[in-house]
Design a protein around this ligand. Structure first.
Ligand SMILES: [Zn+2]
Ligand SMILES: [Zn+2]
Length: 142
């Protein structure tokens, strides 16, 4: 098990990735956004004032390297753009149709009955729910 308290550099090394400055900063940022699920653009905009050498392509490539290495998850609940998640433990995502906020929720995917996939190799299991968050639900009732 990867210890989440390890430094970003340690976590990169554990996955066989060279701990370059850009990778460390992107991973650090991603893991600080507990409920944020930022997009490539959001990460770039947050970090680029501080790291002038950073390009959007680097952020994009870095995130895809992380996903492949198991350091991050790609969240495709948003039709407009892929979001990224530094929380790699199993959880579902709920997106509010009104404000767009994405919330993590606990789910035991192993206990969801699935039939008809015996011959398939599964590489990813995502649980996506949509609806209204409590804040927007309350507003609609007023
Ligand atoms: Zn909402
Ligand atoms: Zn998440």
């Amino acid at each position: 098990m990867v210890d989440a308290s390890n430094s970003p550099a340690d976590r990169l090394r554990q996955k066989g990735l060279r701990p370059s400055y850009h990778r460390i900063r992107v991973l650090e940022y991603l893991c600080q956004q507990k409920e944020g699920h930022p997009t490539v653009d959001e990460i770039f905009e947050a970090l680029s004032p501080d790291i002038p050498s950073l390009s959007k392509t680097t952020v994009y490539n870095t995130l895809h390297t992380f996903v492949k290495a198991g350091l991050a998850r790609a969240v495709d609940i948003d039709e407009a753009q892929t979001r990224f998640d530094g929380t790699i433990s199993e959880h579902g995502h709920f997106q509010c149709d009104a404000c767009g906020a994405i919330t993590n929720f606990a789910v035991d995917i192993d206990r969801i009955p699935v039939a008809g996939l015996d011959q398939f190799e599964i590489s990813e299991r995502n649980i996506y729910f949509r609806g209204l968050c409590p804040k927007c639900h309350k507003l609609q009732k007023q």
